[in-house]
Ligand binder design. Structure first.
Ligand SMILES: CC(=O)N[C@H]1[C@@H](OP(=O)(O)OP(=O)(O)OC[C@H]2O[C@@H](n3ccc(=O)[nH]c3=O)[C@H](O)[C@@H]2O)O[C@H](CO)[C@@H](O)[C@@H]1O[C@H](C)C(=O)N[C@@H](C)C(=O)N[C@H](CCC(=O)O)C(=O)O
Ligand SMILES: Nc1ncnc2c1ncn2[C@@H]1O[C@H](COP(=O)(O)OP(=O)(O)OP(=O)(O)O)[C@@H](O)[C@H]1O
Ligand SMILES: N[C@H](CCC[C@H](N)C(=O)O)C(=O)O
Ligand SMILES: [Mg+2]
Length: 499
């Protein structure tokens, strides 16, 4: 953050008794506080950040931002300190505003995408289209910062300090356009409330993250926050009407007075008319406000058409001409770890790596492969630990319902017993098995090897769940693991090639 300072009031914060110290930096974690910092003591899911105010003060914090509960928790320490104290109703929102003011610069054009599935895909396609049109662009999300400038990110939607540091660095690197993912956690925690959005997109709404949001309604409301709170009134909402929840998002946007651009089927502004699949991709026929277009798409999976239309809608909403946007489509490339062709066996059978980690994504990914495949569909699938446990049997069921052969294996067990997670996935898979064969193979590398070994001419394998990830989280450790790499090693071993 350099050596610059800002007055507390320049961060839109007011302290009790009129104190207005110079602030030298911002932190949400007491361990990162330095002399002169503002420490945001936020109510957390495990503990209130105010528990750490005493440490922050010891580290030299010049100001504390918290809520009434936080001020009460740290009353004694605060009374004994001359640090400024700003008490607000929603400290996460205040922090988002303060971080935006601290870092200042944001790319001129920023769009955000929310939805259960497709956020990374849509934001990557938006960036690819912008780059093809000559804009200096990045996308920001699960796969890090990609495009004109790259950097890893720990979160899909980073907390405001990281997010605004990143946006400011993007501007310093000449970036004018950014497409970002708005995760439900990020929206609920107000992480992107300080971002100036030109347009916001909605992809779809199905089950995920019920461990955190508890109910579907709370999960939906978190996502709706992108439109009813973050996107300004003069912004454009780009809504996928093919999803049943699209109509509700459209109403929310209309009530806010935002412009609405619809994509999807039927009478949407940008609507899909037809798709024809082949081994390497698909041809799309679609209409923009009544005018018909046709294009090649070198992407596997029917659902990609929805993502592409949403991406086009966002780029159009942000100011580029529809015709120029559509001309870029044949040049779009696979998003890392999303229906990515990882290897091909000597007998022609293909191995795809995909990030499907929700029941709907597993079903969608497998259904999407069908028209590209003449033989059987084989799936390797698991579920992550410390995440929504109720989705596990549903993921197993989706796999057994839509694949012919299923290997149930480990994903990222995190702090859980992997056998317990597999048992839940197995329960759903066995129940829906019908003619499908379902086998449990705990070791992921072995499951991939067995899946690849089962491939006959015309078959395809989908390795679901970990996509672009390069590690497997077991307990507190991250062990190196890469599905794409594992697939090519297995193919090489089985076909007698040198890996
Ligand atoms: C559930 C969740 O989202 N938690 C996030 C939240 O933590 P929390 O507030 O619950 O943390 P807490 O442990 O209760 O601590 C409370 C406060 O005390 C502070 N603290 C804690 C310890 C200490 O010594 N000093 C200190 O100051 C913490 O920084 C925190 O502000 O705020 C923290 C700081 O912003 C985040 O790092 C943390 O993300 C955790 C690590 C996480 O894993 N989040 C995942 C689930 C997440 O956000 N995922 C979504 C994507 C999901 C998807 O799309 O599939 C994402 O956007 O990445
Ligand atoms: N439009 C879509 N509809 C249904 N499923 C999709 C769609 N787009 C992608 N998927 C599936 O969801 C998986 C994840 O896609 P993607 O990474 O783009 O989603 P995401 O919303 O960014 O996920 P995350 O919540 O982890 O950030 C893909 O690998 C694919 O299986
Ligand atoms: N962003 C998602 C990714 C899940 C990926 C899957 N591999 C898992 O570990 O469950 C989450 O944190 O829930
Ligand atoms: Mg993502």
């Amino acid at each position: 953050m350099g050596t610059r300072t800002k007055k507390l009031s320049q961060l839109a914060l007011t302290a009790r008794e009129g104190a207005n110290p110079d602030i030298t930096g911002l932190a949400v974690d007491s361990r990162e506080v330095k002399e002169g910092f503002l420490f945001a003591a936020l109510p957390g899911s495990r503990v209130h950040g105010a528990e750490f105010i005493q440490f922050a003060l010891r580290m030299g914090a010049a100001a504390i931002l918290t809520d009434a509960e936080g001020a009460e928790i740290a009353e004694a320490e605060l009374a004994a300190s001359d640090a400024a104290l700003a008490v607000v109703e929603d400290p996460r929102q205040a922090l988002a505003g303060a971080a935006a003011l601290w870092f200042g610069a944001q790319p001129q054009t920023i769009v955000a995408v929310t939805g259960t599935n497709g956020k990374t895909s849509v934001s990557t396609f938006v960036r690819q289209i912008w780059s093809a049109l000559g804009h200096a662009a990045v996308n920001l999300g699960t796969t890090g910062v990609e495009g004109a400038w790259t950097a890893p990110l720990a979160h899909t939607t980073p907390e405001p300090i990281t997010l605004h540091r990143c946006l400011a660095e993007a501007v310093e690197n000449g970036v004018t356009h950014a497409a970002m993912e708005a995760s439900s956690h990020g929206l609920e925690q107000r992480r992107l409330d300080g971002v100036h959005l030109t347009a916001a997109g909605f992809s779809n709404f199905t089950q995920d993250h019920l461990d955190y949001h508890e109910t579907f309604e709370a999960y939906f409301n978190a996502k709706a926050g992108l439109f009813d709170r973050v996107l300004p009134q003069d912004g454009t909402a780009v809504v996928n009407l093919s999803d049943p929840k699209g109509a509700q998002i459209r109403r929310i946007a209309e009530m806010r007075g935002q412009s609405v651009l619809t994509v999807g089927l039927g009478d949407a502004d940008l609507c899909l008319i037809n798709q024809r699949f082949d081994a390497t991709g698909q041809d799309l026929r679609f209409a923009w406000q009544g005018r018909t277009f046709q294009t090649r798409l070198n992407l596997i999976g029917g659902f990609q058409a929805e993502n592409i239309l949403l991406a086009c809608g966002l780029v159009i909403a942000a100011g580029d001409s529809p015709e120029s946007v559509f001309e870029t489509l044949p040049h779009l490339t696979t998003v890392r770890g999303r229906m990515q062709l990882a290897a091909t066996r000597d007998n022609g059978a293909a191995v795809f790596v995909d990030y499907a980690h929700t029941p709907d994504a597993v079903a969608t990914a497998l259904k999407a492969l069908r028209p590209h495949v003449m033989g059987r569909l084989i799936a390797v699938i698991g579920a992550g630990g410390d995440r929504d446990a109720s989705k596990r049997p549903l993921m197993g069921r989706a796999a057994a319902h839509h694949a012919d052969v299923v290997f149930v294996t480990d994903d990222n067990p995190r702090s859980e017993d992997p056998a317990v997670i597999r048992a839940a996935v197995m329960a759903g898979a066995s129940e829906a098995a019908g003619d499908a064969s379902v086998t449990e193979v705990g070791d992921r590398a072995e499951a991939i090897l067995r899946g690849i070994d089962a491939l006959q001419p015309g078959d395809a394998l989908l390795i679901a769940g970990k996509g672009h990830e390069t590690g497997q989280i077991v307990g507190d450790q991250v062990l190196p693991f890469d599905d794409v790499e594992q697939a090519s090693i297995s193919v090489a071993a089985l076909d007698g090639r040198v890996a």
